[in-house]
Write a protein that binds this ligand. Structure first.
Ligand SMILES: N[C@@H](CCC(=O)N[C@@H](CSC=O)C(=O)NCC(=O)O)C(=O)O
Length: 281
């Protein structure tokens, strides 16, 4: 579990760092970033993982969301990962912005030529937390996860599939029902194959209808989001929550689009949501 530090920077009451490591899951070097409040010098802190959306990297959330000041206040470590493996030059991996590089969809691909490297599901759920818990002063029994759009899908699916590992979960404008929308159909068709039954374990609405996560889930959705009707389908989560009894706080906001202007407006609420759950348990 080797780790290379690319850069560190003082930021609010803590340190912002950018790192790379060789991944056993994706069989290539992966990049991630960590914000550690100064309080982590004295005691282990809960870690909150952010999964970004299509075309993003481990830098996007840390640069654009403005979450560090809230993480310092609440004494949480922030971790942001990349959205796919990179620099593999697999045929077709860079032909479109919504598939391949920058679009790993946080699943474990089963189909050639993707299956050897596109294993972001296991990377997020297991390998990255193990690495973080080895190299950073984080609690080993407190993990939160949130994300945006494709990353909102990833956060919900990861927490719903592994509730024993993820104690708090939230999302900004998640792809809520990927089996039923063009982004999900394209990605799942290539990564998982044509048998749609195999897609269901990566669909947050299907998973949530089957069983509730133990904690309340916070979701924010802008009503001027350009993707809301054709790609996101937030109402599918409300239907699912009714079926399983999931505690769901889905907030709709007039005037907000899909951008990081929307995320930075509500990110304080998300950090507080995770802090309240993880610090209570
Ligand atoms: N390049 C695309 C737009 C891609 C885009 O909007 N990406 C979103 C996530 S979409 C779902 O996962 C994003 O977060 N972009 C980064 C940002 O800084 O806004 C196009 O050309 O339309």
């Amino acid at each position: 579990m080797t780790l290379t530090t690319r850069s560190t920077h003082a930021c609010f009451g803590g340190t912002m760092g950018f790192y790379t490591h060789p991944s056993t899951e994706t069989r290539t070097n992966m990049r991630f970033s960590v914000f550690a409040p100064d309080a982590a010098r004295h005691k282990p802190l809960p870690a909150l993982y952010f999964l970004a959306g299509l075309t993003c990297s481990e830098e996007t959330f840390m640069i654009k969301a403005g979450a560090q000041r809230y993480a310092a206040e609440h004494e949480l470590i922030l971790v942001a990962c990349d959205t796919s493996p990179r620099d593999l030059n697999i045929a077709g991996d860079s032909d479109s912005w919504d598939f391949g590089v920058g679009a790993g969809f946080y699943l474990d691909a089963t189909q050639a030529p993707w299956a050897n490297h596109y294993r972001m599901g296991s990377y997020i759920n297991q390998e990255l937390p193990e690495l973080i818990e080895t190299h950073f002063p984080v609690c080993h029994d407190k993990r939160g996860i949130f994300g945006h759009s494709m990353g909102g899908h990833g956060a919900l699916v990861t927490a719903l599939r592994h509730p024993e590992r993820w104690h708090s979960v939230s999302a900004f404008a998640p792809i809520a029902n990927p089996c039923a929308v063009p982004w999900g159909e394209k990605a799942f068709g290539h990564y998982l194959g044509s048998d749609r039954d195999t897609w269901q374990v990566y669909d947050a609405s299907i998973l949530m209808a089957q069983h509730a996560h133990p904690s309340e889930i916070l979701i924010d959705q802008g009503l001027s989001d350009q993707f809301i009707d054709n790609q996101l389908h937030p109402a599918a989560l409300e239907v699912a929550a009714t079926q399983s009894g999931q505690r769901l706080n889905l907030r709709r906001h007039a005037g907000f689009d899909h951008s990081y202007w929307f995320i930075q407006t509500f990110v304080a609420d998300h950090v507080a949501h995770h802090a309240k759950i993880m610090q209570a348990s």
